[in-house]
Design a protein around this ligand. Sequence first.
Ligand SMILES: [Zn+2]
Length: 590
Amino acid sequence: MKPVIIAEKPEAANRIYAILSKKWPVEVKAAKGHLMQLWIRGIDSARHISQLPLTEVYWRIPKVCKKILEDIRASVLVATNTIIATDFDREGEVIGYNVYRYVLNPRRYYPLYDVDPGRIRRMYFSALIESEIMYAFQNTEQMNEKLLAQGLGRNLADTLFGLNITKAITIRFKRIYPKLTQAVSLGRVQSPVLVYIRDQIKAGIKVSGPHFFDDRDTAYEYYVEVDGGHYRLDMPEGINVDDDYVEVLDVRKEIREEQQSKPFFNTDEILQVSPLSPEVTMQVLEGLYLKGYATYPRTSSRFVPPSFLNNIIERMRAYDILPEEFSAEYLHPESREQTDKKMAIVLTPEGIDAYANNRLSGREKILATIILERMILALAPPLRIESVYINIRIGDVIHEVLWSENIANPEVCCDTRFIELRPSISPGKYPLVKIAKRQHEKTVFSVLSRDISIVSDKAIVGWMTEKNLGTEATRYHYPALLRERHYITDENLTTLLGEKIAEIIGRIGISVDITREVENRLNSIEKLGDIEDFKEFIVGVTKEYVETLSEISDSELRFICPECGEDLQLANTRYGLIAYCQQCRKFFPV
Ligand SMILES: [Zn+2]
């Protein structure tokens, strides 16, 4: 008799087993992702839009998952206890919760939730390394109800909204195009993203009449002579004084500190900084995590717990990767603050070993390098900058100017700087040279202007982050999802179908605002009981959209020939779904 631990991916299960079995008899099983699917009762047999929205949800078990669940259950039946060790995020909580319910009481269908998560033992860890796994195993916790409730809420929103709206629009399309076999999906988050992509695509040329801009100006510059050299004085604009000398009244030194440290990466930031596409970046980070080389990559945290931090600092020092003066003392404020139990994205001590011993290559090496650089920067001391200011008098103008600037601790400087070296100066009179610069410029503008833009995957994910659409765990996936659904091409241009869908999304009013509102309500869910109110809100919104969808006229749903404006016909061919125009006798990819 031994405990059974349920992990998410097989690689994770193997690592957990390798670590724990050295000390304890354990068995580790992999859930291999979602083993249940949230569905709506009656949605498959709905034939008319007036039957929608349907709102009774239940979890069902896809055939292929039944075997995995049974296999896990067989182990649990002879185990002392069960510990859930799925990924540390909302989805991981939902996966673990459902597996637990199955082994407790195998059924074909389950309600959205029933079992009290307080009964479920959970291992929470951010890296698949010995110290983290051992600690999590010896300090199991109750399943986090808030995380679970938010995960269930997200599944609920996506299912109620996605299945009903998709069904409604598919019913409308199929009435016009009986040959259309694929469902036309309209997701909660994907819809505003598609509209954004369409609106970003621009191509146009403009020819205009000539225009130009005249600029005449006289500017004065003042140079002081010190030790035979001439140095510019930074005087306020528009001053015009004629004097042969300048009097330095006094000299003032100032030392200030300039923060250099940056917070450790979270998912959103590394996706923006990575030279790889968001989707590939997440794949590679996931690979590093499963090898135990990096922490869990789906996180909004910037925090690393002190004991973990000490270990990575020690390891970096062992390989001389960290400059001597750098230390935890200088950590960026955002990385000092523990916002939740999760960790920022950093290399583990094992990951630093692998890096330093050249065991990483290709894309893993690229991302590990970016992470490591940020880990070093997170520990960078502030730069100490020494400034010398002089108070000067020219004629009757008294003014304080910056004379020179120097870096007192260049051994920690993390950014290349150019410093003009100037002799020291003391109070007294110095010769002054005034130079008048007469500028007369004419700018002639091009009569031709071209505007072409195609949005990149990275820009799409960046925009979603800015608009708070989706979560750090899911955003990177949307460009690929829209390509998979043939709404956009490989170049991120909207297809005929994508164009039409974007039009309909605009027509029924699925906007960034409503999607963000759902996101905000989701984040305010604290316990399972809060899901009821949330569901009521989602059902209300879905109802409105279905109503608008049923009011749209057939002509608004039709595909139009881009060349002659006639209605296009749809046909399924061995090349996939295509549209053709009987008038022009031309085919168009949908
Ligand atoms: Zn045509």
